[in-house]
Design a protein around this ligand. Structure first.
Ligand code: USQ
Length: 393
């Protein structure tokens, strides 16, 4: 299968490309390196050193005896998108090339607008180019569990049956996102669903939970490592908690700490994406996969990280700063996640073992963590904003 991975330089795009190559697929990658620039914009870096892209490609060639075809460019440029799809005509496209940080989107008006304009424009450009250049291609679009928010009822996989004033229908489950970033994914979902219907495309919208971990079996040397972000803007809560424990900073579940999310290990996220690719949607089919293994509250994450940190001889503390976000700090959370299991998905990694693996890996990069210690503290506020500044292009 020939697979185009947009956002191939990113946290999950890179290990996905390696997995696809390992399984014998032809891989085409595309990236504009926005994540590298934007992590620099907030004064941080990945804990794992990330080589330049040419060096990454050379490492792939050395490890696999072949490499991927790479295009540097921006999904905001329609001619570029159209050219790549016309030339490559992939069998499938995994679309990961979006601004992925909720705090980044909340910095100010410019970051909110950049997030929504880029994410929506890139997806629309891809949809049109698929229609015109490779309408048979299967689009696997990275969405987020955060599209649903935290309603006080069970969350189905995309659609639900509803009876209202005596009539019944199957409709998209209402979305209630918690940042401009998460709303961009909601709007994307609507666009992918609509394009699939009018042009008979094939699409899978992945409602991805929080991914954790740095390792997949293909990452056999440092030159093949993927990113590990830990600063306030780009690091997820779990990454930040581990780094806080290592640096002797308090672990920071915000507010009451009952915020509960779905989680999946990087390795299992790769397994899920491969399953979706091997079992494509039919022409005209828009399907939704809720992609996570287990739900944990941030308090549970903090306690798990603290217990494992003690195994490593550290003395972690837990503090509860006021929540900088506007979100429920205690809530019901019960999303369904059966579609991938029906295709044969089985969880392969447990949270604790992956956290231990991360602690072991990060010991080697401790100096890189120390150098960005100040970037770990929360700054972005959902309610009030500092003066505005331009986002990095
Ligand atoms: N949180 C803390 N303490 C911290 C940092 C975060 O309690 O130091 C809390 C947040 O307030 C939130 C929860 O942890 O309630 C999750 O935040 P996060 O930063 O780990 O993740 P989030 O902003 O939801 O975004 C991440 C990825 C995003 C993906 C999403 C999946 O950055 O790309 O779409 O997870 S999901 O959470 O299911 O929406």
């Amino acid at each position: 299968m020939k697979v185009l991975v947009t956002g191939v330089d990113g946290y999950s795009g890179w290990p996905l490309a390696l997995r696809l190559l390992a399984e014998g697929h032809e891989v085409v990658g595309l990236d504009n390196f926005a994540t590298r620039r934007r992590v620099r914009e907030v004064g941080s870096w990945s804990a794992t050193p990330i080589p330049s892209f040419p060096r990454r490609l050379a490492a792939v060639q050395a490890a696999f005896g072949r490499s991927l075809t790479f295009y540097r460019g921006d999904l905001g440029n329609y001619r570029f998108v159209d050219d790549v799809l016309a030339r490559e005509r992939p069998d499938a496209i995994v679309h990961l090339a979006e601004q992925r940080s909720a705090p980044y989107s909340m910095i100010d008006v410019h970051h909110a607008v950049a997030t929504q304009v880029e994410n929506l424009t890139g997806t629309l450009h891809l949809l049109y180019a698929i229609r015109d250049r490779c309408p048979e291609a299967h689009l696997v679009k990275m969405g987020t569990m955060g599209e649903y928010g935290t309603p006080n009822v069970e969350i189905p996989e995309g659609f639900f049956e509803i009876e209202y004033r005596g009539r019944r229908d199957t409709l998209p489950f209402p979305r209630s996102a918690g940042s401009w970033y998460h709303w961009s994914k909601v709007f994307d979902s609507g666009d992918v669903m609509y394009a699939t219907r009018i042009w008979q495309l094939r699409s899978t919208d992945v409602m991805q939970g929080v991914i954790y971990g740095i390792r997949t079996p293909e990452i056999t040397q440092d030159a093949l490592l993927t990113r590990f972000d830990f600063d306030e803007t780009w690091g997820t809560a779990l990454n930040r908690f581990i780094v806080q424990a290592i640096l002797g900073l308090p672990i920071t579940p915000y507010g009451k700490g009952g915020q509960t999310r779905g989680f999946i290990a990087l390795e299992d996220s790769m397994q899920s994406l491969l399953l979706a690719l091997r079992n494509p949607a039919k022409p005209g089919e828009y399907r939704v996969f809720n992609q996570f293994d287990a739900a944990y509250s941030v308090n549970q994450l903090a306690e798990t990280v603290a217990a494992i940190a003690r195994e490593f001889g550290l003395s972690p503390t837990i503090e509860h700063p006021p929540d900088p976000r506007v979100e429920a700090e205690e809530h019901f959370y019960a999303p369904q996640h059966d579609h991938l299991a029906a295709l044969g998905y089985r969880r392969s990694r447990e949270l604790g073992e992956v956290i231990r693996e991360i602690f072991r890996d990060l010991r080697r990069f401790r100096r890189r963590l120390e150098a960005k210690r100040l970037q770990v503290l929360p700054r972005t506020q959902w309610r009030s904003a500092p003066p505005t500044r331009s986002p990095t292009e």
